[in-house]
Design a binder for this molecule. Structure first.
Ligand code: A2P
Length: 340
């Protein structure tokens, strides 16, 4: 039987994540019949290479999705809110990387290593949401522990790369670093403060309760993906001057007896995870090593000696790949193989 091939569109094709989505489709040999690259009117005429062919970027419009089977969106929440339902109406399944649809009870929020079965709910609205980058790597590491030991509470602090904000933020860190090292003046346009040589405890907007929206996303998205709203979760999300790769300090309290030793052996067998944990030889997960690959690196696995059944760990992944583009393409693979 010949393999079924799909007409695919990427909305936000010129952005940090959109561009990576195109590379992931190519790298993973996704069965594509045709590919359409969409962005704003500013990018019309730009060319992007896919499988050796130079493809012209088109303007994203209301009728862009006619004849498209699967659309990967990463052009911001406002664009997703407006265009995802229009695309779905034209019979296309949208895999959306923005936060616009993640908490909609009719929209599945999927991490393929954790809840691939949720893809089936795509029929509700024709939309599948790709979770927040910080949430994805956390649940990949915690899911097998939740299954085996039952997680009662999670305390997480993140150290997030600027690429999560998009390509303008990558340029801002680059230009500010050069300016500071050369004693030149510079501006902060993307972030409210200097990001070079600094840490900003501020990702996305502040809410009434003093938390940021990013911190809130980690709470509710984790509960939705793990299908358990009894897990207590508290987060502090921090932007750091790193280009690619989010790092997370994660503390969990389990319901059952747990030990660092056992956690290591469970995680060594977990799909999508690589245990990198040999501190005596200075071996632990690093953003630089996580960047450019798809595994979630876990290390510094220790018993939390201040409570019973507590564990500390350090979790690092490429935020643009597993945290966004790769996860979206993995969802598309499930959709293509099992549902379309
Ligand atoms: P463009 O490059 O034409 O502005 P990033 O997250 O890296 O900042 O990228 C955002 C992506 O979303 C880019 O591809 C950008 O296209 C796209 N985008 C932003 N605004 C619009 C819009 N109004 N219509 C279509 N695409 C948009």
């Amino acid at each position: 039987m010949t393999e079924k091939k799909f007409n695919v569109a990427v909305a936000g094709a010129t952005g940090a994540v959109g561009n990576q989505m195109i590379s992931c489709l190519e790298e993973r040999n996704f069965p594509i019949n045709s590919i359409k690259l969409l962005a704003s009117s500013r990018s019309v005429g730009r060319k992007i290479v896919y499988r050796g062919n130079s493809i012209a970027v088109e303007e994203l419009k209301e009728n862009s999705f006619k004849g498209i089977d699967i659309a990967l969106f990463s052009a911001g929440g406002g664009i997703s809110e407006k265009f995802a339902p229009l695309a779905a109406k034209d019979g296309c399944v949208v895999i959306d990387n923005s936060s616009a649809w993640r908490m909609d009870p009719d929209v599945p929020l999927v991490v393929p290593e954790v809840n691939p079965h949720a893809v089936a709910q795509y029929t509700n609205k024709g939309i599948i949401a790709n979770p927040n980058c910080s949430t994805i790597q956390m649940v990949v590491a915690l899911y097998p522990l939740h299954q085996k030991y039952g997680i009662k509470r999670i305390v997480v602090s993140t150290y997030q790369a600027v690429s999560g904000t998009g390509k303008k933020a990558v340029e801002e860190l680059d230009s500010q670093t050069r300016a500071i090292l050369n004693s030149k003046n510079y501006e902060s346009k993307v972030y409210p403060h200097t990001i070079a040589f600094n840490c900003l405890p501020h990702i996305d907007v502040f809410l009434e309760n003093g938390y940021t929206r990013e911190e809130t996303k980690m709470v509710y998205e984790t509960q939705k993906i793990l299908e358990d709203d009894t897990i207590g979760i508290t987060a502090t999300t921090v932007r750091v001057p790193v280009f690619y790769g989010h790092s997370e300090s994660i503390n969990i309290e389990a319901k059952k007896n747990i030990s660092a030793q056992e956690v290591k052996s469970v995680l060594k067998k977990t799909p999508g995870v690589k245990v990198v944990d040999d501190p005596k030889n200075n071996v632990y997960p690093l953003a630089i090593d996580a960047a450019g690959q798809d595994l979630t690196l876990v290390g510094r696995i220790r018993d939390d000696e201040s409570i019973e059944n507590g564990i500390n760990m350090w979790v690092v992944a490429d935020n643009i790949r597993k945290g966004a583009a790769t996860n979206a393409v993995q969802i598309a693979e499930i959709l293509a193989k099992e549902y379309l």
